[in-house]
Design a protein. Structure first.
Ligand code: SF4
Length: 500
């Protein structure tokens, strides 16, 4: 591992300057994450398309250069706007750049521990100072971007970009060579990464009113050999953390054929010759959960794995009016099955495989009783003794092209006063209790990577899909791994003390 880090370091300090530059403003989509420590597919595929001869820089690099004049101040709180810096010579890169590709697209905004995605508004002030040709690239081109939940997509001023380029390169046959070639940019990124891997595009359900995923592509699956080739290339460069997260549902892989899923997982999983530190997944459609599929994931993936269920609402009126993918009873059944086979604790201190729930407020048909119904179901999960890794609650962003675009902010505005009340009740009465059950005091969480300081406190996470944030009441050295004992619980995070 040390050798890999040394090679990476030498490559970073000696890298060449190219005339094409990818500026990663980070992406977060219904299927696919590209906010550090995640390295998303979009900058990688683009780098491959440009034959690997690109500079990879981040919005953090640009802020650091223009706003902070390349100087970091000693602050009590880590500044996450300039946390993910790739290099020191941004001036040289910008001066030599002919084509600047700006990767943008936040469509399911969240809160990020150590990164802040760039917005169109922010980008505008920097691009005015940059002379190269500017090309907008990524999910934003087809379906918009918005960093804040409960707002419409950002406006893109005319003339801000010289060109726009959508993110999908034809068929997978065409794409695969770019995917492998694009792995090269990992060499330009000095922090420990989670590599997001695409297994398919489009959605077999494809009707949820708020979702941009079905608008981007028809259903298509990547061949196992192509996925393995891409992972092997990253492995050569020392990367050990992967998430099969760029797809609407991992269980729908190749027409829901479990043999095909096994052929995908086995050559890279825990029993394979690759010794991955982390192999996780992301999205799962609850109606496709069965015992066989869950057992397969537990067997081949590493512990701390999470199946994010897009439940969105337990209110049947909302489910029907937004043609959501699951009914409350199907979601409950899926939660029970994943718990039955996945809740055993693994080596790193976390259960092997748990469900996570996504909830969205502001959908069509939402009423005063929606919040109560959602709470009742979550309480039922708690009372049955089941585990959820996390409950993600967000306000809808009516993205262009979705059915929610027509509905707009009507329901968001109507229930605005309720939203925080609903959310806080879930946080206090469900999340807090769930967390105490998930990681009781005394649990040892291994290899927690320390990322930020806030006053005399430090915060870190294990690498993984939706990792738990652990706060420590001392200023630990950042950028290092620690084993921590859980000593207390907050609403959505835990406190720990260093044991080694
Ligand atoms: S199931 Fe619904 S939310 Fe999930 S990807 Fe498909 S359309 Fe989007």
């Amino acid at each position: 591992m040390f050798l890999h880090m040394l090679i990476n370091y030498l490559l970073i300090v000696n890298f060449m300057v190219y005339e094409n530059t990818i500026l990663d403003c980070y992406t977060d989509e219904p299927a696919g994450l590209g906010v550090p420590p995640y390295l998303g597919v979009h900058p990688r595929y683009l780098a491959g398309y440009l034959n690997g001869e690109v500079n990879y820089i981040t919005i953090d690099d640009i802020r650091y250069y223009f706003d902070y004049k390349n100087k970091k101040k000693d602050t009590q709180k880590t500044n996450i706007k300039i946390y993910n810096l790739t290099r020191e010579n941004i001036k040289e890169v910008l001066e030599n750049t002919k084509n600047l590709y700006c990767v943008v697209g936040v469509q399911t905004p969240g809160k990020y521990l150590s990164a802040l995605p760039g917005t169109i508004k922010e980008l505008k002030k920097y691009l005015e100072k940059i002379k190269s040709k500017k090309i907008l690239y990524g999910p934003v081109v087809s379906t918009g971007t918005q960093l804040h939940g409960g707002r419409r997509a950002e406006f893109i001023p005319e003339g801000m970009f010289d060109d726009m380029m959508p993110e999908v390169f034809g068929s997978y046959n065409e794409l695969n060579q770019f995917a492998v070639k694009g792995a090269e940019i990992a060499k330009q990124i000095p922090w420990p990464k989670m590599i997001e891997i695409e297994t398919g595009r489009g959605c077999i359900m494809g009707k949820c009113s708020f979702c941009t995923e079905p608008l981007k592509a028809k259903v298509e699956w990547r061949e196992q050999k192509d996925i393995h080739e891409e992972i092997n290339k990253f492995y050569e460069f020392g990367e050990r953390n992967f998430r099969l997260g760029k797809q609407a549902c991992i269980f729908s892989y190749k027409n829901m054929d479990i043999k095909e899923l096994e052929n995908l997982l086995k050559p890279i999983g825990r029993e394979s010759k690759l010794k991955l530190n982390c192999l996780h997944i992301d999205n799962v459609i609850p109606s496709l959960v069965n015992e066989e599929r869950v057992k397969l994931l537990v067997k081949h993936c590493t512990e701390g794995n999470v199946a994010a269920f897009g439940v969105e609402s337990f209110d049947m009126d909302v489910v029907k009016q937004n043609t959501l993918n699951t009914s409350p009873e199907i979601a409950m059944k899926a939660i029970r099955i994943v718990n039955k086979f996945g809740s055993k604790r693994g080596q790193n201190g976390m259960p092997y495989f748990l469900p996570g729930i996504n909830m969205v407020y502001g959908l069509k048909g939402e009423s005063k009783k929606t919040g109560e119904i959602n709470f009742e179901y979550l309480k039922k999960i708690l009372d049955e003794g089941l585990l959820l890794r996390r409950i993600n609650i967000r306000q809808v962003t009516p993205m262009p092209g979705t059915k929610m675009e027509e509905v707009g902010m009507k329901f968001m505005k109507k229930n605005k006063s309720q939203y925080w009340k609903w959310r806080n009740k879930v946080r206090k009465e469900i999340d807090f209790e769930m967390l105490k059950r998930l990681v009781p005091k005394g649990t040892i969480l291994k290899d927690v990577y320390m990322e930020i300081h806030d006053g005399n406190h430090s915060f870190g996470r294990q690498i993984g899909s939706y990792p738990l944030i652990v706060g420590v009441n001392e200023r630990l050295e950042l950028g290092k791994h620690y084993n921590l004992e859980v000593v207390g619980h907050m609403l959505r995070s835990v406190t720990g003390r260093v044991v080694s």
